[in-house]
Write a protein that binds this ligand. Structure first.
Ligand code: NAD
Ligand code: TYD
Length: 396
């Protein structure tokens, strides 16, 4: 699956041969970004800085390390973005810093927000301080390459999320809309997003921000909706649908999300925020019905469980600004979902390893009581009938 990543034209801030520091590059979206960037074979070098939390997985980068040409342009450093001693020298080497490092699961942020704040607020601050220092060194002429030539300040790209806008019952969030996060995850992401904007306003750093929609595709940790329901269904385990299942999300394929990040890195206007919508708005019930169809599994696996506290009803973004820059998503949702579900079916060793020892504790804490209080989910994939009942299921 190819992403829309046009070659950098003249005037692009970052282009072929650049050295990128990718924070969180062993995670779901970060590893896709790294795989796609290195597969272009345009001399770009990548250093991944990743703490390897439960969500970080070096197997996601096997395509890079198994390819000698790509491996020669790639380096992995295990470390925390909140550690200035590790971050400082890596930012000094880099032409651009792309920050995807985060605790990324809303349900875990409800169980314990602390790690979300450490990485999402303090970690972003440490990265920004290092970029600020390099920007000052660029101004004074101290920042130079091995041949003594002056180097420009590094560009900083923060990967933010549509969740910073909060729940949008109607219409679409535009970049200038106020931020109204409602979960600890979203609040930490909003804090990081605003911190980046403050460093632009106060210190004049070269920053860009992307706010991506719900992302799906291969290599996503099985805690998230689509891989959780797919891997549970493959094992004939129950699928825990929160509340009525009519919450709506806009879904973007991971290759499109990674492609948009690369595009904004190269072409984005300094100081600007760019929404990255997917064009695949669906209710959770529609998603579940669709993935069960692909797997030929029955709706009877679906259980209605008590809702997530503070559950955002809908996310939807306006993508005009990014479209005007020349980017559009390429993967149609139905095709992307079918391919994604097939990927999990065909890569059982990957998801079984991701559902390792840490998984059992998490799963039991998160779902044991919910399943105890669950009921069979009313059939009908998508719609309530006019009288408030449920439409009949397509397949039953
Ligand atoms: P992920 O959980 O799969 O990956 C996060 C990565 O960051 C992991 O490799 C982890 O080890 C690493 N990490 C965590 N804390 C770190 C730290 N302190 N120092 C260094 N590395 C650390 O997440 P993802 O789904 O790939 O999301 C990547 C980014 O995109 C996040 O910032 C997330 O908020 C954002 N985002 C995600 C989605 C989505 O639907 N997945 C949508 C929009 C935006
Ligand atoms: P998720 O993948 O956690 O992404 P986010 O919360 O960032 O949107 O969840 C997507 C939707 O699926 C969200 O409305 C919550 C719902 N959901 C369930 O119904 N059951 C689950 O077990 C999970 C993990 C999510």
């Amino acid at each position: 699956m190819t992403a829309d990543r046009a070659p950098a034209p003249s005037g692009a801030r970052v282009g072929p041969g650049s050295h990128l520091l990718v924070c969180g590059g062993a995670g779901f979206i970060g590893s896709c970004f790294v795989r796609e960037i290195l597969a272009v074979r345009d001399r770009t070098r990548v250093t991944v800085l990743d703490k390897l939390t439960y969500a970080g997985n070096l197997a996601n980068l096997a395509a890079v390390t198994n390819d000698p040409e790509q491996a020669a342009r790639y380096r992995f450093v295990r470390g925390d973005i909140a550690d200035p001693a590790i971050v400082g020298p890596l930012v000094a080497e880099a032409d651009a810093v792309i920050d995807l490092a985060a605790e990324s699961h809303v349900d875990r942020s409800i169980l314990d927000p602390s790690a979300f704040l450490l990485t999402g607020v303090l970690g972003v601050h440490v990265l920004l301080e290092a970029v600020r220092r390099e920007s000052e060194r660029a101004m004074t002429g101290e920042r130079r390459d091995a041949d003594g030539r002056r180097r420009p300040a590094p560009r900083f790209l923060q990967v933010s999320t549509d969740e910073v806008y909060g729940s949008i019952e109607e219409g679409r969030s535009a970049e200038a809309d106020p931020l109204a996060p409602r979960s600890p995850y979203a609040a930490a992401k909003a804090a990081g997003d605003l911190l980046v904007q403050s460093y632009r306003a106060t210190y004049g750093l070269d920053v860009v921000i992307t706010r991506g929609a719900n992302t799906y595709g291969p290599y996503q940790h099985p805690e998230k909706l689509i891989p959780l329901f797919t891997t549970n269904a493959l094992q004939d385990l129950p699928l825990p649908l929160y509340g009525d299942g009519f919450q709506r999300r806009d879904w973007v394929h991971v290759a499109d999300h990674a492609g948009a990040i690369a595009f904004v890195l190269a072409h984005g206007k300094s100081g600007e925020v760019y929404n990255v919508p997917g064009g695949g708005e669906r209710t959770n019930r529609e998603i579940v019905a669709e993935l069960l169809d692909v797997l030929r599994k029955p709706w009877t696996l679906v259980r209605s469980v008590p809702d997530r506290p503070g559950h955002d009803r809908r996310y939807a973004m306006d993508g005009t600004r990014l479209a005007a820059l020349g980017w559009r998503a390429r993967v149609q949702f139905d095709e992307g979902l079918e391919e994604t579900v097939a990927w999990y079916r065909d890569n059982e060793a990957w998801w079984r390893a991701a559902r390792g020892p840490e998984w059992d504790d998490y799963y039991s804490t998160q779902y044991r009581e919910r399943f105890a209080a669950s009921v069979a989910a009313p059939p009908g994939p998508a719609t309530r009938t006019a009288d408030g009942g449920w439409a009949p299921d397509r397949d039953e």
